[in-house]
Design a protein around this ligand. Structure first.
Ligand SMILES: Nc1ncnc2c1ncn2[C@@H]1O[C@H](COP(=O)(O)O)[C@@H](OP(=O)(O)O)[C@H]1O
Ligand SMILES: [Mg+2]
Length: 359
């Protein structure tokens, strides 16, 4: 088979994520304005289903043979017609303003029933063979609900290896050079300086572009910060203490000589932020030994950081392995850092986590 540069996959993924992100934003605003009161469902439920439907419909139109691993299934919508109709009304009204994108994405979805079937196409078991897309329609549920950071995430894996990754981050600054503020996780009232799409293709670098409502601009190349001294690092972690041990992260930071407070934000916006050099490290440290990470929470971010010149591994320094189904069965935790300091960070991570297991 001829080698692919994945340019068509990237174009479709960017348009699909742009359209889905616009839908999630409109759900958030309608909810905030009280115009979504016909349903009792949470706005995140509505946004999740709607975004997943839009992305899968674009993928099915363009790549009908590909498999899809997505977070949601349509069961709840089949049982609740009011919820189904709320989602359907949003999905059928979410269009991109320029003609060309509409036809590239296959136009509008034909009916509410068909929308449910499309949502259920995300039930692939994943695995080590073939072309498989991973979708998280709203990553950072908690961030979305509080008006903070969240991301619409899409990645293409081929034989278990991530080839294309796109993250739609509507509440991050447009500018790659804006440093991370401590309250970025909470204070994200959107204005025209917010909203960014990150993307990467294996071997072709990572890029960012504004999340416009119209035709997308050319991507700007992004890079991890050229950090030579790890003690100068700004590190990112989850807002949710249940998702990543903030105590372990604080111990690790202290041992590395880091004095700046951590920047807490929800979702894969953390991967995008360090890939553009706005922050330096992303530490995700297991809280519960039995929790297994999901591939849709990491596939796009993993490629974007690595293509920006960073290294992404688990807490034991193994690469994230996307070839074992819907979860990262073989990995515990995530450590993402510029190549220059990743080894040093891992050394300290092992020291801190290792000393805990001996207690
Ligand atoms: N105990 C746990 N440990 C680690 N991650 C968890 C977790 N419980 C849920 N998650 C995942 O953490 C994701 C959010 O990551 P973050 O904390 O970086 O914002 C959630 O994605 P969703 O928000 O899409 O459900 C969910 O899949
Ligand atoms: Mg998620």
């Amino acid at each position: 088979m001829a080698t692919s540069n994945y340019s068509r996959e990237l174009d479709i993924a960017l348009l699909a994520v742009q359209r889905a992100t616009l839908l999630t934003k409109s759900v958030f605003h309608s909810h905030a304005k009280g115009t979504l009161n016909k349903s009792d469902a949470s706005p995140v439920t509505i946004g999740d289903f709607g975004a997943q439907a839009l992305i899968i419909s674009a993928l099915q139109h363009n790549f009908p043979e590909d498999e899809i691993v997505a977070e949601e299934e349509a069961k709840d919508l089949r049982e609740n017609t009011q919820l189904r109709d709320t989602v359907w009304n949003l999905v059928k009204d979410t269009i991109l303003p320029h003609e060309q994108s509409q036809s590239a994405l296959g136009g509008s979805l034909p009916s509410a029933e068909r929308m449910l079937d499309i949502i259920d196409k995300g039930d692939s078991k994943g695995g080590a063979k073939g072309r498989i897309w991973a979708i998280d329609p709203i990553d950072g549920t908690k961030g979305f609900l509080r008006g903070g950071q969240y991301a619409v995430c899409l990645a293409l894996m081929v034989d278990g290896d991530v080839k294309v990754g796109v993250l739609g981050c509507p509440n991050l600054p447009v500018s790659d050079s804006e440093p991370l503020s401590e309250n970025i996780g909470a204070d994200a009232t959107d204005d025209e300086r917010k909203g960014v799409l990150f993307s990467a293709v294996q071997g072709q670098g990572a890029h960012s572009r504004p999340m416009s409502t119209g035709k997308l601009a050319e991507g700007q190349s992004i890079h991890m910060s050229p950090l030579s001294n790890v003690s100068d690092a700004t590190f990112c972690e989850s807002v949710e203490a249940a998702h990543s041990s903030q105590g372990d992260a604080a111990n690790i930071a202290k041992k590395l000589g880091i004095t700046k407070p951590s920047v807490r934000m929800d979702s894969q916006a953390k991967y995008g932020s360090i890939a553009r050099g706005a922050g330096d490290l992303y530490l995700r440290l297991p809280v519960r030994a039995d929790y297994v990470e999901k591939i849709w929470d990491h596939a796009a971010g993993d490629l974007i950081v690595r293509e920006a010149g960073g290294e992404v591994t688990d807490a034991e320094s193994n690469r994230l392995d996307f070839s074992h189904g819907r979860t990262l069965l073989r990995n515990k935790g995530v450590i993402a850092a510029p190549k220059s300091v990743h080894g040093k960070v891992i050394e300290v991570v092992k020291e801190v986590l290792g000393s805990k297991s001996k207690v």
